[in-house]
Ligand binder design. Structure first.
Ligand code: MN
Length: 379
């Protein structure tokens, strides 16, 4: 039996993780969960899975038919991450934003396996997380479809024989628009992702291509690959979830239906493929296309490179400025193209360069930048 703690249980990845638990009751048991603001949904999943510990956003909570341990807010996230009673515990972290970092650290310290969907954890603190994973002798497996695909392609292979990791990008909701057409696009336009149904933050990050920048940074940490061996590529069909090219010219790819159940199940069972909850890919009539991704069209790719060169605390600066800018855009305080402008302004500043790269500084500077930008551009 595998014991699960799901952070962000009522969100998109959380809900799909619960589908897998529901279909495999002899394999998985939910011990802890954290839920968001949709209390009706929260109540229904809590009653169905009866976790021992639940964290709510605020103390406004629904009436329950039993008495789990109840915790709240950001401390509540840490409490659920820390709670540990069984062997074989897995933390599924599907929180959005920097708030996912601290709970990951807490869960590693109690030796839970980390199934990671929260991007920010590795983007801002990749080296620290890797050290902790080693120190506490546990492991971290990615849930994201691209990294799941690369993990699968690399399994059984030697790192020094890898020429390139090729990360596919769907191009997001504005992929068929030119830059000058992006000036006045709306939030609703941006939220219409052509291939994947995801939360709003990541859908906007896909439209700006910042998401792919983050995935490059994550891949660097997850697979110990230098940045010059990681290449993003435009693949509008999202059927090839990513590829690995080897020195002999051979390319391995992972293909599948665009459904996150598959990468989630793979992370929970890695390296096994067992019962499949995903839909099957119909190979007949498949028509796959690959195009170069332009840094002129998607400047966030250029900014990612800038930040990877600077390193250290600048990863947190990149993430925090993006996190604030996306929130401002979703709240209709700024325009779509302002997102990249705000990011560029922040990562170009020299003032951050003397801040040491450690967990406290990462958390503090992130909060500081987010608050500063929300105040500056909000009302
Ligand atoms: Mn992805």
């Amino acid at each position: 039996m595998k014991y699960l703690y799901i952070l962000g249980a009522s969100g998109s990845i959380g809900t799909q993780t619960l589908d897998i638990v529901r279909n495999n009751p002899n394999e998985f048991k939910v011990v802890g969960m954290t839920v968001g603001r949709n209390l009706e949904k929260a109540k229904s999943i809590i009653e169905e899975f009866k976790p021992e510990i639940v964290s709510f956003r605020t103390n406004d909570i629904p009436e329950l038919s039993y008495k789990p341990i109840i915790v709240f807010g950001d401390e509540g996230l840490d409490e659920v991450a820390k709670y540990s009673k069984y062997d074989n515990e897995i933390l599924v972290n599907s929180l959005v934003g920097i708030s996912g970092l601290k709970p990951t650290v807490e869960a590693i310290k109690v030796k839970k396996i980390i199934a990671l969907a929260n991007k920010e954890t590795l983007v801002v603190a990749g080296d620290l997380i890797k050290d902790l994973i080693k120190k506490y002798n546990t492991k971290l497996v990615p849930i994201d479809s691209e990294h799941s695909a690369i993990l699968e392609c690399l399994t059984g292979e030697k790192k020094e024989q890898v020429k390139k990791l090729i990360i596919t990008a769907s191009g997001g909701s504005f992929r068929d628009k030119k830059r000058e057409e992006l000036k006045n696009v709306t939030v609703n336009d941006a939220l219409k992702h052509p291939n994947w149904s995801m939360g709003s933050k990541i859908t906007i990050d896909s439209a700006t291509m910042m998401n792919k920048g983050f995935e490059i940074i994550e891949a660097h940490h997850l697979f110990d690959m230098p940045y010059d061996k990681i290449m993003p590529i435009l693949h509008k069909e999202s059927i090839v979830h990513s590829m690995v090219e080897f020195n002999d010219g051979s390319i391995k790819a992972e293909l599948g239906y665009t459904d996150m159940h598959r990468p989630i199940a793979y992370a929970l069972r890695y390296p096994d493929h067992m019962n499949c909850e995903s839909k099957y890919l119909d190979l007949f009539g498949l028509n796959l296309h690959f195009e170069e991704l332009s840094e002129e069209r998607y400047p966030t790719l250029k900014y990612t490179k800038m930040v990877c060169e600077k390193g250290g605390i600048y990863y947190a600066v990149l993430n925090a400025s993006n996190e604030a800018a996306v929130k401002l855009f979703l709240d209709q305080k700024i325009k779509f193209l302002d997102i990249e402008k705000i990011i560029y302004e922040e990562i170009s500043k020299d003032e951050y360069k003397n801040i040491a790269y450690n967990l406290d500084n990462i958390l503090n500077i992130s909060k500081e930048i987010i608050n500063k930008l929300l105040k500056k551009y909000g009302d």
